[in-house]
Design a protein around this ligand. Structure first.
Ligand code: HEM
Length: 448
């Protein structure tokens, strides 16, 4: 599939690459601040928290949603990008710019609530709101083309199109949860200044959980595209696909309805969303992953696509396995996150590499492409294992420097492994950004 330089595919890939670049810079700092010895140099809690907030939003919200939109445009590249779609890209770019700029325009007031953490400044909140509206509009404008892309029977597989469309449904459902929760908060009792963290936890809890369905479905769409490059066989039977996506869609549609069962700020509602994610999120990737694994012998040898696909499945499985061991709030929680979201990130990087190669824009050798993917896979796995070891010894989440109390050899060892793995993953991220910038530049020159 080849796409135009002046197209929605290139535009969304551009936004995805900018967010991964900034996410990587902040990941570097938060990882350093948690690495033994080096971490002691970081004394300012606001710096760490601001870096962590920006890291998380750029990574788990913007990088993921922008790349899912790239994938929608990539599989429908033959359908020209409309004016409205380009306006949506502009809106998303403005949203990202406001988010990235906030820490450089005065005190950031970081708040470490989950899923969509916040810099408590109107500039940042405006950026987040504009971004979500822009991506929702972009999804709706590309949905028709995605649905029709399989109409003539030789387009992308049903699992690819269906996963992307259901990801769009999850995004709309998540935004509905944000709006219902915001309405509940603005019509409910006024909260004290000291309750700002609780305010944002309530605002983003339901929608944040629902958004993870979009990320999980994005992973399924990209796994199925990578698998389709390795075999002409249909990876997942269409009947199974329809059943699977219908069940996932039920979980997604039920999300906003929870607010009509329990109060928006109740503990019951929060645990209902945790179970919704716990039960509804993993079986889709597990079934598709198993189908790909069963057919691995029929998959042709494409060094980049197959390595990216199987390393992504390994990371996702590692993060999933860790989820079964979680109790309390130690670093096993981010270990779990970085396994599953590392798996998503790795397959997205693999497809990006393949897409710009197909366009004739990326000319680096296969060897370097494999190095980038392997370095990320191994680095993020080490990072996850290090956080896991630290967590089994009680290392706490979202702490840094001396406040980590690395008072035990295994904790020290675990967080050192985290630091080494983090450095490898960030280095691989730098290679990825360089590959993409070289590709955009080659595309620009080709168009001259
Ligand atoms: C490039 C490699 C990466 C490094 C070195 C890195 C580093 C870190 C560190 C050190 C933390 C703080 C953990 C804590 O103190 O509890 C963190 C948190 C987080 N990171 Fe990353 N990260 C990386 C990639 C990613 C990616 C690719 C994503 C998602 C796409 C991501 C999403 C998150 C999230 C959601 C949290 C918050 C975890 C929590 O709430 O406990 N990170 N990251």
């Amino acid at each position: 599939m080849v796409f135009d330089r002046k197209s929605g595919a290139t535009a969304w890939l551009g936004i995805a690459v900018v967010s991964v670049a900034f996410m990587g810079v902040y990941a570097f700092f938060v990882a350093l601040a948690r690495t033994p010895v080096i971490g002691a140099m970081f004394g300012d809690p606001d710096f760490f928290r601001t870096a962590l907030v920006t890291h998380v939003v750029l990574a788990v919200v913007i990088w993921f949603l922008a790349f899912i939109l790239f994938t929608m445009h990539y599989i429908t590249a033959s359908v020209p990008t409309g004016k409205g779609e380009f306006r949506a890209v502009d809106g998303a770019a403005i949203g990202v710019a406001l988010i990235v700029a906030t820490p450089f325009t005065g005190p950031a007031h970081p708040i470490l609530n989950n899923y969509v953490p916040v810099l408590d400044r109107w500039l940042y909140l405006l950026g987040v709101a504009i971004f979500f509206i822009a991506v929702a509009v972009a999804f709706l404008l590309r949905a028709r083309a995605t649905l029709d892309s399989g109409a003539n029977g030789n387009g992308p597989a049903l699992i690819t199109r269906g996963s992307l469309l259901t990801a769009g449904l999850a995004l709309i459902s998540a935004i509905l949860c944000f709006v219902i929760s915001w309405y509940g908060l603005s019509t409910g009792p006024v909260m004290e200044e000291s309750q700002r963290r609780f305010y944002f936890e309530v605002l983003f809890w339901g929608g944040g959980h629902t958004l993870q369905f979009a990320n999980g479905l994005g992973l399924m769409a990209v796994w199925s595209i990578l698998a389709s490059k390795l075999t002409s066989e249909n990876i997942l039977d269409d009947k199974v696909t329809k059943g699977l996506l219908a069940v996932i869609a039920l979980f997604i549609i039920s999300a906003p309805l929870q607010y009509f069962i329990y109060d928006h700020d109740s503990v019951e509602l929060r645990s209902l969303f945790t179970s919704l994610k716990g039960w509804g999120l993993s079986f889709g990737p597990i079934i598709l992953g198993a189908a790909i694994f069963v057919k691995r012998k029929n998959l042709s040898e494409n060094p980049v696509a197959s390595r990216g696909l199987f390393l992504s499945m390994f990371l996702f499985a590692l993060g999933g396995a860790i989820a079964l061991t979680l109790s309390g709030s130690d670093t096993r929680v981010p270990a779990h996150y970085h396994g599953v979201i590392g798996g998503v990130t790795l397959c997205f990087m693999t497809l990006a590499q393949l897409a710009v190669t197909e366009n004739g824009w990326l000319t680096v050798s296969e060897k370097w492409k494999k190095i980038q993917i392997t370095l990320y896979g191994m680095g993020q796995s080490l990072f996850v294992i290090g956080l896991y070891i630290g967590g089994t010894r009680g290392a706490q989440r979202k702490t840094f420097g001396t406040s980590q109390q690395l008072d035990d050899a295994m904790k020290y060892f675990g967080m050192s492994v985290m630091g080494i793995g983090g450095l490898m993953a960030v280095t691989s991220g730098v290679f990825f950004v360089i590959f993409m910038l070289k590709s955009f530049n080659a595309g620009r020159k080709k168009a001259l």
